[in-house]
Design a binder for this molecule. Structure first.
Ligand code: LHQ
Length: 265
């Protein structure tokens, strides 16, 4: 997989790839190049069968500060209407790449995750936070609405009431509070953050990868569908899962009273 990016570090450890957004001088705020590089890397990781878990994180003291406001800002002096929806389509491509990737993606959040960076973390499958994490729907502070899927992910993760509060007040939510709300899966002390992230990623990377991909499809499709459609899809996906080598290995391991050794196939 390509590693020579300008604003993205790519680190490979066996079947885990860690993608680190790397503009620490602006708390990893997104400029066009970083967004492009991250999207390319996520899409490539999705296609590469030797990668079985992806970790997304930020360099330095933050996860990300949202859109770089120096490279994309409405000038107060200009009256002409500006259109941001075309620009947002580039973020949407990243959101789809994360959600449709047939393997687990973990967001590892240390420090601030603001604006669209926060919502990119919400687009990942699981989130681990350090105790110093700060989740912030910063949009309203500059008179904008949550983008990057925030209007979709946030109420589904924390419920409508808290989602509206976060979006309307724009106050920071700490790591421990995020865990309590279900915004993140777990929050750990700062000094344990890296080891806990590695342990989670390695566990996922040695699991039944194809089942994980099918689980993502089932869960994400069910959010948008009625019960009959979800039950129908469940049957189709289980037909697929039951034919995998990992399913056979899991059953054999159970019957032989040993740990399963999953190949990802
Ligand atoms: C930054 C940024 C930043 C540039 C910190 N840009 N430099 C919107 C518009 C258009 C299209 C697409 O979508 C979007 C979506 C969005 O994401 S809108 C939301 C954009 N983000 C924000 O409004 C957050 C702005 N940043 C902040 O409010 C604070 O920096 C937070 C709360 C994130 C962190 O506060 P602190 O920990 O106190 O750090 P700091 O403010 O001192 O920032 C450190 C440096 O990073 C500083 O530069 P400097 O040269 O003074 O050290 C900041 O200017 C820079 N920085 N965010 N988004």
């Amino acid at each position: 997989m390509r590693t020579d990016f300008q604003h993205l570090l790519v680190q490979r450890d066996d079947c885990v790839v860690t993608l680190t957004m790397n503009r620490p001088e602006v708390l990893n705020a997104f400029n066009d190049l970083m967004l492009h590089e991250l999207t390319e890397a996520v899409e490539e990781a999705g296609r590469d069968n030797s990668i079985r878990c992806v970790v997304l994180t930020g360099a330095g003291r933050a996860f990300g500060a949202g859109q770089d406001l120096t490279s994309f800002a409405a000038s107060p002096a200009v009256d002409e209407p500006i259109t941001v929806s075309e620009h947002l389509k580039k973020y949407h491509r990243l959101v789809y790449a994360l959600r449709r990737m047939p393997k687990p993606v973990v967001a590892a959040v240390r420090g601030v995750a603001a604006g669209i960076s926060c919502n990119i973390a919400l687009a990942c499958d699981l989130r681990i936070a350090a105790e110093n994490a700060r989740f912030l729907q910063a949009f309203v502070r500059i008179g904008l609405v949550p983008d990057g899927g925030g209007g979709y992910f946030l109420p589904r993760l924390v419920g409508l009431s808290k989602a509206l509060e976060m979006a309307m007040l724009g106050d920071e939510v700490s790591g421990p509070e995020a865990e309590r709300l279900g915004l993140v899966n777990r929050c750990v002390p700062v000094e344990e953050f890296e080891a806990a992230t590695t342990a989670l990623a390695q566990r996922l990377a040695s699991g039944p990868t194809r089942a994980y991909g099918l689980i993502k499809k089932l869960m994400y499709t069910s959010l948008d569908s009625e019960l009959p459609a979800s039950l129908e899809l469940e049957g189709q996906l289980q037909d697929e899962a039951i034919q995998t080598a990992d399913h056979r290995e899991g059953v054999a391991a159970f019957l032989q009273k040993r740990s399963a050794k999953y190949s990802g196939q």
